[in-house]
Design a protein around this ligand. Sequence first.
Ligand SMILES: NC(=O)c1ccc[n+]([C@@H]2O[C@H](COP(=O)([O-])OP(=O)(O)OC[C@H]3O[C@@H](n4cnc5c(N)ncnc54)[C@H](O)[C@@H]3O)[C@@H](O)[C@H]2O)c1
Length: 694
Amino acid sequence: MSVSFETRGNVAVALVDRPPVNAIDAGVRAGLLDAIARAAADPAIDALVVACVGRTFMSGADLSELGSSIPPPPYAALLGALENFAKPVIAAMHGTPMGGGVEIAMACHYRCATAGTRLGMPEITLGILPGAGGTQRLPRLVGIEGALDLLLSGAPIDAKRARELGLIDEIIGDDVVEGGVGFARQLIERRAGARPTRARPAPPPLSESMIAAAVARHARGLKGRTTQNLVFESLRAASDLPFDEGLKLEARLSANSLETIESRALRHVFFAERACGRIPGIESSSAPTPEVRRAAVIGAGTMGSGIAMALADGGVSVSLIERNQAALDRGLKIISDNYTQSMQRGRIDAATAAARRALIQGSLAFESARDADVVIEAVFEDFDLKRSVLAQIDPIVRPDAVIASNTSSLSMTALASLVARPERVIGLHFFSPAHVMRLLEIVRGARTSDATILFALALAKKLRKVGVVVGDGFGFVGNRMMLDGYFREAEVMLLEGVAPERIDAVMEQFGFAMGPNRVNDMAGVDVGTRVRAELAKRESRPPPYHVVSDSLTALGHLGQKTGRGIYRYEASDRTPLPNPELKLLTQALAEKYGVAAREVSDEEIQERCVLSLVNIGAQILDEDLAYRAADIDVVWTSGYGFPRWRGGPMFYADTLDIEYVVSRIEKYWPVAPLLRQLASDGRTFADWDRARGS
Ligand SMILES: NC(=O)c1ccc[n+]([C@@H]2O[C@H](COP(=O)([O-])OP(=O)(O)OC[C@H]3O[C@@H](n4cnc5c(N)ncnc54)[C@H](O)[C@@H]3O)[C@@H](O)[C@H]2O)c1
């Protein structure tokens, strides 16, 4: 039984216990209905408290029930029974009540929560409109603008804010049952009766100016999205229609929202991010979850200092090792400045900043890595240097310690060649800035052991990153697709005479936050040139492979940092301006490499940038460098700015139809064999993933 029933004097308590996060499934709904009936049948009961044991109040709908028809009893029956109960019903919350859990709480008459509670309506992040009365009850409790903010951002708020908004009535002590019962007693004493949310006045009509202001407040998250239109329609119903009619409209819109490509894409990425922690053929449950307490990072440059912060943010203590005092001081200063800035921006409090900073100790000796569970080197991208650093660290560290490299281009298998235990060596490809970017490419070398892979996945989790295990090929997964596909095409189009502004505009329209040329200028044109120079030692690529960027690098036109790159910049201004010099450069290069000027349509720009990703993604799967198509989608949505609401390149191809994708790709490039195979079998990448049992 997932719900127990007890009485404390004249207060009944319905206690939900469905580990791990009290997701609301059929058993929970039935159990709560049962508890309500028992409380109703007992005349000695004056109030009913709904609370949960474990980590949190009901966190939300059971996502596995989504999309199928929801098994009985329906939500509506439960919500109606709570709301129509004759005596006060109190939701007593703790943890992270989300979505359906908050909708249940809103159907109760009163709400209280422990101080640490964070609650929210995150449905929009999955492209879904709440369907259990959320859009009808929320504006009756917090007003229309508060409802707009909660429903459009999807972000949780803390108990204090929830109380200010009117979403909860009282903040209680940490024992949630005791607190809930205490609050119930106060209500009984005050003779506060049942207080159905539905009986509260309807909110004022939603005006166009309110919508415009809310959209402006949440513009970033809503770019390219459509779910917000359902939120507006449903909130309009809350003010315009009788309550029950509003519920009906909401239910219909909510069901429709599940069918949209946007929602399917967002849910695909949500599940893909969870699935990539499971590796086919490696039984993670058989091994204990590895503990990561101490780490050493070698090199305190851009990446090393960011990685040290990522570790400290995850509660791991770090020895940050440099080759000389000046470099170490520079790195430690970057770290201190960063924590001070986060504090000034209100992201963390002073105590947290100090505690995290204190977890990082500088050192000039490899000996400081002696106790580390993991060592991550982030020295210059130089094969001999990195290989020797790994070999030197090997005899110092514990035999079970993991030895990792943050290389972005070198072969992990080759880097491990001088290490006595290559099975403990792995690539941890962090992205810049390492303490912010969510993606961690975990690169398995030829001899990396399963235990080491599991360790890396556990580390990613501890740092709250998505770890995707990839093979040790050219550019791993993300950079290979970017350099051989997306960015390469963007450069060839420059040679064909297409303006960089147009390419960027088309890709921003597609949903990338920034087009490829702006990204190149922002990152520094030389960064790519350096990575490609290393990669060329593994495999060469024929010209005109990135000749524009490489020429700009040679000229010292490195992008924003030098005021000139693909675009031109005024001093201390990041706005890209037209750059007449680029035209001359691309014309000269086009002539040199025999690239003819062409008219290129917007459709072609988009196809060449996006479908090149699909084609190379398929090759990567064929070459066994990624376990699943969905893993590639995670890499691109969490590390390279591919719009999450399009589900990643491989999911996007599925939604376009694979046969159609093949027909377009063959206009430009040889089609990857796997794509042809899928098209002739009438299958999708999702089918391919499923058939592989992943
Ligand atoms: N910058 C990026 O965007 C990025 C992204 C992913 C991966 N990477 C990779 O991360 C690594 C580091 O890149 P970065 O941009 O931080 O470089 P960086 O030049 O900023 O920092 C490298 C640091 O390593 C130190 N170092 C060099 N030799 C050392 C030694 N023997 N012992 C201790 N310290 C030593 C240097 O003093 C320097 O501070 C490279 O392998 C790079 O390819 C970089």
